[in-house]
Design a binder for this molecule. Structure first.
Ligand SMILES: NC(=O)C1=CN([C@@H]2O[C@H](COP(=O)(O)OP(=O)(O)OC[C@H]3O[C@@H](n4cnc5c(N)ncnc54)[C@H](O)[C@@H]3O)[C@@H](O)[C@H]2O)C=CC1
Ligand SMILES: N[C@@H](CC=O)C(=O)O
Length: 376
């Protein structure tokens, strides 16, 4: 029997557009191979929304027509599409879709997909509300999982037993199977003693390229252009993005920790913290020399810099460390992440997951896998 999942997607940046392209291009094959009908009901960016009527959503030609305009190389905005409306609020977009699906008397489930960079206050009510009404949610956006712990618990409990209708694989390690592995270990009654590693594609890329002698300012600009960084690269460089990932893993383990309890170490000076993003990017050369010096100092000792996170019963720590070049972490290259699970069963040798941890294409593939997992 065919299953119907209908996507309401917030966020049409790098990851959002890559996901839209994947779904539009592969929906017929997904239906044929897996018996899962995926279609778009609405796409939303920071200012506008496009509600897609079902006839159009089922019409592959119309979806291809939209993709031809929205794909990154063309880059049209939602506001430029026929039928787009100015966004009243994130929640009202969902309300419109819930009304529509009720009036259709449909057996389809909505999947609210958050590929935005929106705040937790904007997105948490949307996601929790959809989950409470029996629908599904998939997040690439970490913020809604990093608000007050009570909000996280409400979202989790709204998503059914074992968080059955909530997926957020790409919030830690992009498409690497980190969250699903954590769930698998917990479901099979292992005991996770520690999760550690390098959780940032941007900081991995920065560290490797500093090692190669490139300038800090050029590396950060390049990471932004490639879509590795957060909308504001200071989230990456300041360690907050790593802290969010560690917090999401800690909360998934049942720890009641707040983001404010995690101490981070910033890889840019305080003097650049209150600038706009373009101003920040323009002033990066001011710190080139300092970070070249740090990298050179580590190299003199046969070491390299890595930004390391540890989640354990003692809490969360994240920060810059100098590690031997020929260690497992020292050998990481580019945007690769490494996540090490030390558990009762994986002892003394831990379970290790390693691979690309950032980039729009790879992240979109993880979001699509999350969506499809509801229908399996
Ligand atoms: N780029 C990557 O490698 C990865 C990104 N992520 C997460 O995925 C999300 C998207 O990342 P990117 O696409 O790279 O960022 P991006 O900056 O390219 O896109 C973010 C989009 O969110 C939209 N947006 C902001 N506020 C919104 C709102 N209230 N409602 C609807 N849309 C809104 C913006 O218009 C923008 O187009 C972020 O939360 C990021 O942390 C997660 C894993 C990897
Ligand atoms: N900005 C993040 C993207 C994935 O979460 C990173 O660099 O790791």
């Amino acid at each position: 029997m065919s299953k119907f999942y209908e996507i309401v997607q917030y966020g049409m940046g790098g990851v959002g557009r890559a996901l839209f392209g994947l779904v539009v291009q592969h929906a017929p094959e997904i239906k044929e191979r897996l018996g899962i009908n995926l279609r778009y009901r609405a796409i939303v960016d920071s200012t506008h929304a496009l509600h897609i009527d079902l006839n159009s959503a089922m019409n592959q030609q119309y979806m291809q027509y939209l993709w031809a305009r929205l794909k990154p190389e063309v880059g049209e905005r939602i506001s430029e599409q026929t039928g787009a409306v100015q966004k009243p609020s994130e929640l009202s977009i969902l309300a419109t879709e819930l009304d529509r699906i009720r009036s259709e008397d449909s057996a389809a489930k909505l999947v609210v997909v958050d590929t935005s960079g929106a705040s937790d206050s904007a997105m948490t009510p949307v996601l929790t509300s959809a989950l409470r009404q029996g629908h599904c949610a998939v997040l690439a956006n970490k913020r809604p999982l990093c608000g007050p712990i009570e909000d996280f618990r409400q979202m989790a409990s709204a998503s059914g037993l074992g968080m059955a209708r909530l997926r957020y694989e790409t919030t830690a390690g992009a498409a690497l199977p980190v969250v699903s592995t954590l769930r698998m270990l917990l479901d099979s009654f292992d005991q996770i003693n520690e999760i550690s590693g390098c959780f940032s594609g941007t900081l991995g890329y920065l560290a490797t390229e500093l090692e190669n002698g490139r300038k800090y300012s050029e590396i950060v600009a390049d990471a932004k252009a490639q879509g590795y960084t957060e909308p504001d690269p200071r989230d990456d460089l300041g360690g907050v993005d790593v802290a969010r990932k560690a917090l999401i893993l800690a909360r998934s383990l049942g720890m009641g920790i707040e983001l404010s309890e995690v101490t981070v170490e910033a890889l840019y000076p305080d003097s650049l913290s209150s600038l706009s993003v373009p101003e920040f990017m323009a002033r990066l050369p001011e710190v080139d020399e300092y970070y070249a010096g740090l990298a050179a100092k580590a190299a003199e000792k046969g070491e390299t810099l890595r930004y390391i996170a540890i989640v354990s019963g003692k809490g969360l720590t994240v920060g810059l460390q100098s590690v031997p070049k020929d260690s497992q972490i020292g050998r990481l290259r580019g945007t690769d992440n490494i996540v090490v699970f030390k558990t009762r069963r994986y002892d003394p040798n831990p379970m290790v997951i390693q691979g690309r941890g950032a980039g729009p294409e790879v992240t979109a593939s993880g979001v699509l896998a999350d969506i499809i997992s509801f229908g399996r």
